[in-house]
Design a protein around this ligand. Structure first.
Ligand code: SAM
Length: 244
C-alpha cells in the first residue's frame, strides 16, 4: 500500500517541529494510560509519526522503564530525536512497519490526517487500514490514543474535510492553495469529523471507543470557514480499547 502514499516534503514537515501536547493534554493521556495499561512502567508504546521525539521523551520521563518505538519517515525530523536507551527510532512510513512487539498502547498524534493517497476514497481506505494494523499490533488489552483536528459541517457531516482534501491535494491548484496558507498544498490533508473517526475505530475492530473534547481552535477566517462549510473546528482525543 505504501506506493500509493503521498508524503509531505521536508520543508512542509519542518513546520511541525513543535510539541503540541501541553501539560493538561499530557495529564489527560496519562489518566487514560493509568486506567487501561496494567504495568505502564514496563509497557511498550508506539508513537506513529513521532516527529522530533519530544512526546516519546515525555512518556519515558513519566513511566521510567517503559519503551517507546517511534516510526517516522522524515529523516530531518529524526535527526532532532534525542537518543535514549528506551527509544527505538524507525525511519520508515508506518505502512511499511510491521511492529517490533505487541504494543500496550499505540499513539497517533496529528498524523492520521497525513495518510494521503491519490483519491479521497483511497485516502479513507489508507486511514482505516492504519487503524486496522494498529489493532493487529496491539496486545490483547492494548489501546490506541489519537489526537486529531476535527472538522465538522452542518449536523456533524464530514463535508469540510472532503473539500479541504480536494483543494489541498490538487497539483493544479497548488499555487493558489499555497498562497492561501495551506502547508499541505499539492500533497493533501484529510481531516474528518469526530463521528467519522469513531466509526473508523469501530470498523477497525476496537470493542470500546470514546472521545474527549480538548479545545476549539480557529485558524481560518470567517470567509474561509463559510466557503468550506465548517461549523466546528476542534481538537479532540479518541481512544480505542481492544478488548475488555
Ligand atoms: C503534524 S506532524 C505531528 C508530529 C508529532 N506526532 C507531534 O504531534 O508533534 C505529522 C508527522 O507525521 C509524519 N508522517 C506523515 N506521514 C506518515 C506516515 N505515512 N507514516 C509515519 N509518519 C508519517 C510526518 O513526517 C510528521 O512528522
Amino acid at each position: 500500500m505504501s506506493e500509493n502514499i503521498r508524503l509531505l516534503n521536508p520543508q512542509q514537515v519542518a513546520n511541525f517541529d513543535v510539541e503540541y501536547i501541553d501539560k493538561s493534554l499530557f495529564r489527560l493521556v496519562c489518566s487514560v494510560i493509568d486506567q487501561n495499561v496494567h504495568y505502564p512502567h514496563q509497557a511498550h508504546f508506539l508513537d506513529v509519526g513521532g516527529g522530533n521525539g519530544l512526546y516519546a521523551d515525555k512518556l519515558i520521563a513519566q513511566y521510567p522503564g517503559c519503551f517507546v518505538d517511534i516510526v517516522e519517515p522524515d529523516s530531518h525530523m529524526n535527526t532532532k530525536n534525542k537518543p535514549n536507551d528506551h527509544k527505538v527510532l524507525v525511519n520508515s512510513v508506518y505502512q511499511e512497519f510491521k511492529g517490533l512487539q505487541d504494543y500496550d498502547m499505540i499513539q497517533f498524534n496529528w498524523v492520521l490526517h497525513h495518510f494521503i493517497a491519490h483519491s479521497y476514497a483511497e485516502t479513507h481506505a489508507l486511514q482505516l487500514e492504519g487503524l486496522r494494523s494498529a489493532y493487529n499490533m496491539l496486545g490483547s488489552e492494548g489501546i490506541v490514543i489519537i489526537f486529531e483536528n476535527f472538522y465538522e459541517g452542518k449536523e456533524h457531516t464530514n463535508s469540510p474535510g472532503k473539500l479541504i482534501y480536494q483543494l489541498t491535494s490538487s497539483k493544479l491548484l497548488k499555487p493558489i492553495t499555497s498562497a492561501l496558507g495551506a502547508n499541505t498544498a499539492g500533497v493533501g490533508v484529510c481531516f474528518n469529523s469526530e463521528l467519522h473517526w469513531r466509526e473508523q475505530l469501530i470498523k477497525a475492530g476496537f470493542s470500546s471507543v470514546f472521545s474527549a473534547h480538548c479545545y476549539d481552535f480557529g485558524n481560518l477566517n470567517p470567509f474561509k470557514k463559510r466557503i468550506l462549510g465548517i461549523e466546528n473546528q476542534r481538537v479532540g482525543m479518541l481512544v480505542g480499547i481492544k478488548t475488555r
